[in-house]
Design a protein. Structure first.
Length: 538
């Protein structure tokens, strides 16, 4: 039997929770006031002092292979450590009811859609001896610290330090932020007044931005009722004045100021009574940007190809991805097109002409066209084909020229989901994104879930993270696409004025589960507070 002596008051007093490494060489023990150690069972010496918890360590677990140690504390965090090096890999915090955040000791983090908001998770920035520290929530530091890829690699490698080195990230950024050497912009609304421009009502919002020579203001992002708009910007002395177009009636205006290290967001609500909103007038002259991509054929991938998960398939080709993309493009143009001034449509499918083949180059060229969108436009992007998750590069969309490479797919023949996501994020206007790929929810990794919420993108996926997207010969389509076509053609439940975006999400979830007997579960990501706008009018 192994005996470990009792602790005194200076070393946690008690062994509150403990476990053994699989080979019996050491015991992992937690005590009071955050004391947590790996102790030798031979001579009771401390092998690793696991410093990090700020409350009593009440639960301990060791992974079966002895690589990781997990601990739970009264400080409400769960922490993951390397059993071999003693390094703190990640800290976790569960937030009621369903949110969470995970971060490395260096400050890089991942979270659920709302996990980094509010006052529970962030850092204190020193303001000098004469001022109290400034609290900065994590969500204001998203552009510099939000790195779900680093969190994934830290788990995979068992080391946050190695994950940062691999990603070539600065390990001192958290120290710079804490000491005030870096900071997101500090802004406040000075006033807001209505102004008449060309017979329409716009809102002139005056903002004070605190000067910060080391991290100057880079840009503003403005959303009105979930629509990304481009206000006119001018200076008035030291202040910025943004002329924001509005809708008639209720308006939720959200302004984010960005610099190199983060962003600060202010939100205001307004109501226009008996006035003509600029966005109402623009909507009559907007265009529908429609991009539909379907990849059936993968000629560079050998038969019985192995995916990155090591599973072999009889064939890498699909049956209905191209048919899905064509049908969606036709249905969207037929039902939505007449309500726009013009339709800008590109359909890339296997078996098309050279310029319409879904190659990486063609997809990038088509997606880049979204930079021409205006406030008045609507963007709909549909993608069907194979998708794969990579431990380092995240979710990958396989284009028709996809080819095996060293350790996976050749990088020049596939598109990282983050790149595709960026095209949609940078587009102005109202935006909707549909993905019908295997394990499609992996396309909506933590980053896209958050960006769909914060960037006001209505995003729909065909499956969850573990499922394949089913194709059905009797339907002539993928199941998700079949249900989406039914909704667009008027079979979904509609309100008095038509099919609204939240209703579409519910219809797809219900119908795809019904058609597959629960084998496939689509998902829908949208900011609950955003406008439940009409997609298909009656």
């Amino acid at each position: 039997a192994t005996v470990v002596s009792a602790r005194d008051a200076s070393k946690g007093r008690d062994h509150y929770a403990y476990s053994f490494l699989p080979d019996g060489s050491a015991v992992v023990s937690g005590g009071r006031n955050g004391v947590f150690e790996i102790l030798s069972t031979r001579d009771q010496t401390v092998i690793h002092d696991l410093a990090g918890h700020e409350g009593d360590v009440a639960a301990v677990a060791v992974s079966p292979e002895g690589v990781y140690v997990a601990s739970g504390s009264n400080d409400q965090t769960l922490r993951l450590w390397s059993a071999t090096s003693g390094e703190l890999v990640l800290s976790f915090l569960q937030l009621p009811p369903y949110d969470w955040v995970a971060w490395t000791p260096q400050g890089y983090y991942n979270s659920s859609a709302d996990g980094d908001k509010g006052s529970l998770v962030g850092l204190l920035q020193q303001q000098g001896p004469e001022k109290e520290a400034l609290y900065i929530p994590f969500n204001r530091l998203k552009s510099s610290l939000y790195r779900p890829d680093v969190i994934s690699r830290a788990l995979y490698l068992g080391s946050a330090t190695e994950a940062l080195r691999e990603a070539q990230l600065d390990s001192d950024v958290l120290s710079d932020l804490r000491k005030g050497r870096a900071a997101p912009p500090m802004i406040r609304v000075v006033n807001a007044t209505l102004e008449d421009i060309d017979g329409t009502s716009q809102l002139a919002i005056t903002l004070f931005v605190e000067p910060n020579p080391s991290d100057p203001l880079e840009r503003f992002e403005v959303f009105v009722n979930g629509v990304k708009v481009s206000p006119r910007e001018r200076r008035s002395g030291a202040d910025y004045v943004l002329s924001v177009p509005l809708f008639g009636g209720d308006n939720s205006v959200r302004i984010s100021a960005h610099n190199n290290f983060g962003q600060t967001t202010v939100e205001r609500y307004f109501r226009l009574e008996n006035l003509v909103g600029a966005l109402d007038a623009q909507r009559k002259h907007g265009s529908l940007y429609l991009i539909s991509i379907g990849v059936d054929d993968y000629p560079n991938v050998p038969p019985r190809c192995a995916g990155l998960d090591g599973k072999f398939n009889a064939s890498c080709n699909l049956e209905y991805a191209a048919a899905d993309a064509k049908a969606i493009a036709e249905a969207v143009e037929s039902r939505l097109g007449p309500h726009f001034r013009s339709v800008v449509k590109r359909v890339l499918t296997s078996g098309s002409s050279k310029e319409d083949e879904p190659t990486r180059a063609n997809i990038e060229d088509v997606m880049d066209s979204l930079r021409h969108t205006t406030d008045a436009d609507t963007v709909i992007v549909f993608i069907a084909g194979h998708g794969e998750s990579h431990p380092r590069d995240g979710y990958l969309f396989l284009t028709t020229d996809a080819a095996p490479g060293s350790g996976g797919w050749a990088s020049s023949t596939v598109i990282k989901w983050q790149q595709l996501e960026g095209y949609v994020q940078n587009a102005r206007s109202r935006r909707m994104l549909f993905v019908d790929t295997c394990r499609a929810a992996n396309a909506y990794n933590a980053r896209l879930i958050k960006d769909a919420s914060e960037g006001e993108i209505a995003a729909f996926s065909a499956t969850n993270r573990q499922q394949d997207s089913e194709e059905r010969t009797d339907l002539g389509h993928g199941v998700f696409t079949f249900a989406l076509l039914r909704a667009l053609r008027g079979e979904a439940d509609m309100s008095e004025d038509g099919l609204r975006v939240f209703d579409l999400g519910q219809f797809l979830w219900r119908e795809v589960r019904r058609l597959t007997d629960g084998r496939q579960t689509p998902d829908f990501y949208k900011n609950p507070g955003a406008e439940n706008f009409v997609i298909v009018q009656r």
